[in-house]
Ligand binder design. Structure first.
Ligand code: SAH
Length: 417
């Protein structure tokens, strides 16, 4: 076993069952371990009090650990958003963002919470929609938190990272400036969620938590680990798949694979431009998978009942935000079961674009709506602490590893399959 495969966090039911049986322990121990890791979110084997002391000791001797993620730093925004710097065993770190709700402003974030806020238009709908049975449990949990003043609104969102850095090189994104250092393991992806849930003192499914795979990295360039993490979040942590959304820059072969998955989050695609010339300039990945190829995959994507594809569109002042661009987007999306989330650029050092003013954003939105496409403006969250979309860039720079450099290079070659 290598170092990471010895972390319990990231193992699925079968892998834990194998570990238990190798140790000659009864099969029910596997469920005890699953519960301890994913439901109670223990940080050490010593905390798993349901296991006999001897078994725990043998696990430690054979190099097995929980492998919990560590919160290294925490930055809190005036709007309630918290940006976490989360560290792993090899010293690498990523950012994970907690977005509490309560004012209905989450509309358009691509998550289930956004959809609820949109459809109700009420600031307390999330809390009201909770079943009455849930309330006492959630209230008890609130009392148990370290910060009793914090009120849980019932529809918070965690934005998680899938890679250390990113290889896709979108010209308006701060994460791109890092390059990519490595993929996260499934355990490291799930570990971010466990660490944040624990720190916030909340627990799904009693507390409604939405997840967006929209942090650092391109989830579809770390597909196997991402999809395993999504499964563990459903089966282990207890977050419903309809409460999760994954966003991709448009890695077309993986969009097709993703459509075939039995358990999968909802799909969001970062469109960001209305024609190929513009998109290739802003997102070099468009050289390999052009709008025609990307939109074909989107049209063929097997949507479930009441599911839609979300298209994100970052508005860059005087670059892709003209009425003509909006009309081109409407044309591209015609007939698709989809919605558009407009994101006015979140600025950052080293990013040579401007944020369009509110009138220009509204004009763009109105053109889409007039064409029958639901379009929402994503409210920036935690801009003051660099937690908003495209602003996740750790203070420590990362070097590019040879293996992932290859991935970057292969993006500009001929289309796959
Ligand atoms: N790699 C994935 C996941 C990142 S999601 C993807 O590209 O979809 C992050 C979202 O924020 C994407 O839709 C991206 O286009 C958007 N984004 C990136 N930089 C931004 C910035 N500076 N301001 C606003 N949105 C940005």
């Amino acid at each position: 076993m290598d170092k990471t495969s010895k972390s319990l966090l990231g193992m699925d039911r079968e892998e834990i069952a194998a570990l238990v049986s190798e140790a000659g322990e009864p099969a029910y121990r596997a469920k005890q371990i699953m519960d301890a890791i994913y439901r109670q979110r223990v940080e050490s084997l010593a905390e798993i009090s349901t296991l006999p002391q001897g078994f725990r000791e043998r696990l430690v001797e054979s190099g097995v650990s929980v492998g919990a993620a560590r919160i290294e730093k925490k930055f809190s925004s005036v709007d309630g958003t918290v940006r976490y710097l989360i560290g792993f065993a090899d010293g690498q770190s990523v950012e994970t963002v907690w977005m509490p709700e309560g004012d209905g402003g989450e509309a358009g974030d691509g998550s289930e919470a956004g959809a609820e806020a949109e459809s109700s238009g009420s600031s307390t709908s999330g809390a009201k929609a909770r079943s009455e049975q849930d309330e006492p449990i959630a209230a008890l949990k609130r009392c148990a938190t370290q910060n009793p003043a914090r009120t849980f609104s019932g529809r918070s969102t965690i934005c998680i990272s899938s890679q250390v850095g990113c290889a896709v090189d979108c010209q308006f994104c701060l994460t791109a400036l890092l390059g990519v250092k490595r993929n996260l393991t499934a355990g490291e992806i799930v570990g971010q969620v466990c660490a944040v849930l624990k720190d916030q003192g909340v627990s799904p499914p009693e507390d409604r938590i939405n997840l967006v795979f929209m942090g650092m990295g391109e989830p579809f360039l770390n597909y196997e680990n991402f999809i395993k993490a999504a499964r563990l979040l459903v089966e282990g942590v207890g977050i419903a798949e309809r409460r999760m959304t994954v966003s991709t820059a448009g890695i077309v072969p993986r969009i097709r694979d993703f459509g075939e998955e039995k358990i999968r989050p909802k799909l969001a695609i970062s469109l960001n431009a209305s024609n190929d010339v513009l998109r290739t300039r802003l997102m070099p990945v468009n050289k390999k998978w052009t709008l025609e190829i990307l939109m074909a995959a989107a049209r063929e994507f097997p949507l479930r009942t009441r599911e839609w594809i979300t298209f994100e569109y970052v508005l860059l002042g005087e670059v892709n935000d003209a009425p003509e661009n909006a009309r081109e987007v409407a044309e591209l999306l015609r007939g698709l079961r989809c919605k558009v989330n407009l994101i006015a650029l979140n600025p950052g050092p080293g990013i040579d674009f401007t944020t369009p003013d509110a009138e220009r954003v509204a004009a763009f939105q109105n053109i889409l709506r007039a064409a029958g496409i639901p379009a929402y403006v994503r409210r920036p969250r935690g801009r003051d602490i660099y937690a908003a979309c495209g602003q996740l860039k750790r203070t420590v720079e990362v070097a590019t590893s040879p293996e992932l450099q290859l991935q970057t290079i292969s993006l500009s070659s001929a289309p796959e399959g």
